[in-house]
Design a protein around this ligand. Structure first.
Ligand code: AMP
Ligand code: ZN
Length: 486
């Protein structure tokens, strides 16, 4: 078991605090999941590379992990602050499709993305629409003391809990007034627990409740499912993107306080001991977002010939609490770095025998560096430097290398022991030329050069360029050729 200290930045205290699971053994972690009305974009996926790193770090420390990710298939409105239309209903209407089909399609696509990024499956996926009776039961328990009814449904009165918005630090009512303000709310930050279907309007997803036919508010599902599967509260860690620190998580905390009847806002009563948030992936236009459109998906990156683990490596190259800028150049550089790592591993003679347990002192030193870096609030950039230093250490035996690579792969999820150079050469979907074709023509060019027919060799090269293939003579990575992107 790794022995360096483990500490995480807790958004509740805005400080780095030592961490161990409350029961000393199993870390209980809840991650806010995707709203499945569209493909996840690369920004969303950054949130799950972060939780995966968290999970792998906890395992490196010898803890068991019980990890829940939810699937939001109901309730998330076009504004996080409970205004506008339901994103799922809107998407289904736009596509002219059944809402359940839309949810199933994008849930499946999301799970494929996680597999592409070598993100471990959670212990449990929990789907919001499978938990509507639980949500109604939760709401019934808090309704009398914390909620009030207006025409549009049952609302939570944020003045009924201590220190509402403490997690956000600044309570914002932006968004409330901008889009479709709800009339009759007592405080601008009050939010829907149950949204009654407007008279005469039938939603594709609606249920009966003590407050009329309708659908649950978005924030309710996470309080209900985290408590159900990770309780009793407080569980250990709750994660999400930094946007959730402003509205969604303060609202979850308010619901949790109401449910437990707590009279103060210390972490023990917020529902989780640690609240952790990843910063945004941004591009030239600002924060990548689904609703703004024009976002990049992992599928589009793969279609352009970029291996998905290059995106994982790009994420790891920045600390999760820093903004990360996405650009084709940045992901291209990450792909080059990944190729270099794979080539280095291929060159090292890695023993196929089982590594010694415990690892030899020579390899243990490198694993300690990895452990120290990840233990310091998941410092992945430093962990990657530790990986480079480990691969460059010429004194290690083949068995040591194998043992070290096992540990680095387990912690960083880069799959270096399995990836091969051909795996990394993805064919862009727009490429019209096959790899066999390229190989045949390159061989002809090699022969022309060998017989000093440079005119033929140059013509062969120009013909390949015309077909979208760059010939890379003398490439230090030994890559020989690549298909050029538009
Ligand atoms: P959503 O599907 O919109 O509910 O978001 C899923 C997760 O992605 C949440 O944890 C969000 O906070 C997170 N997220 C959304 N946009 C970004 C972004 N541009 N960069 C990083 N995380 C994001
Ligand atoms: Zn949530």
């Amino acid at each position: 078991m790794a022995s360096a200290p483990l500490s995480f930045f807790n958004s509740l205290s805005r400080a780095i605090e030592p961490f161990s699971p409350a029961d000393g053994h199993t870390a209980r972690v809840y991650s806010c999941g995707p709203t499945v009305y569209n493909f996840a974009h690369l920004g969303n996926l950054r949130a799950y590379v972060f939780t995966d790193t968290l999970r792998r770090t906890l395992a490196l420390k010898g803890y068991a992990v019980r990890h829940v990710i939810n699937i939001t298939d109901v309730g998330h409105l076009t504004s996080d602050a409970d205004a506008g239309a339901d994103k799922m209903e809107l998407a289904a209407a736009g596509l002219g499709k059944d809402i359940w089909e839309v949810a199933a399609f994008y849930t499946h696509a999301f799970k494929r993305n996680l597999a592409n990024l070598n993100i471990l499956e959670p212990t449990l996926w929990s789907v919001a629409t499978d938990h509507v009776p639980d949500m109604i039961a939760f709401a019934e328990r808090i309704a009398a003391d914390h909620c009030y009814e207006i025409d549009s449904g049952l609302y939570f009165d944020v003045s009924t809990v201590p220190d509402y918005g403490r997690l956000a630090r600044t309570v914002s009512d932006e968004g409330e007034s901008r889009i479709d303000p709800v009339t009759g709310k007592r405080n601008p930050q009050d939010f829907a627990i149950w949204r009654r279907s407007p008279p005469g309007e039938q939603r594709q997803m609606e249920w009966d409740s003590p407050w009329g036919r309708g659908a649950p508010g978005w924030h309710l599902e996470c309080s209900v499912m985290s408590l159900k599967y990770l309780g009793p509260a407080p569980f250990d860690i709750h994660t999400g993107g930094i946007d959730h620190r402003e509205i969604h998580h303060p609202n979850e905390i308010a619901q949790n306080q109401a449910y437990c009847g707590c009279t103060d806002s210390t972490p023990a009563f917020t529902g989780a001991r640690f609240w952790m948030h990843n910063n945004f992936l941004v591009d030239r236009g600002g924060k990548m977002s689904k609703s703004a459109g024009g976002f990049t998906t992992l599928f589009s990156l793969i279609d352009a010939g970029v291996h998905p683990l290059a995106y994982r490596l790009l994420c790891l190259s920045a600390h999760y609490r820093s903004e990360l800028e996405f650009s084709p150049e940045a992901v291209g550089a990450a792909l080059t770095r990944l190729k270099r790592l794979v080539m280095t591993v291929e060159r090292l003679a890695v023993a196929s025998v089982a590594p010694s347990d415990p690892p030899s002192p020579a390899v243990a030193r490198h694993i300690d560096r990895l452990d120290t870096a990840l233990g310091e609030d998941l410092n992945t950039p430093v962990a990657l430097t530790a990986l480079d230093e480990f691969l460059a250490d010429k004194r290690l035996s083949p068995d040591d290398r194998r043992a070290g690579l096992d540990a680095f792969d387990a912690a960083l999820g880069l799959n270096l022991l399995r990836l091969t150079r051909p795996d990394l050469r993805l064919r862009p979907v727009t490429a019209s030329i096959s790899e066999d074709d390229i190989d045949t023509r390159l061989e002809a060019r090699r022969q022309a050069r060998a017989s000093k027919d440079f005119a033929a060799a140059d013509a062969g090269r120009d013909a390949l360029v015309a077909d979208g293939v760059e010939v890379m003579d003398g490439d230090p990575l030994g890559w020989e050729w690549r298909i050029m992107l538009d």
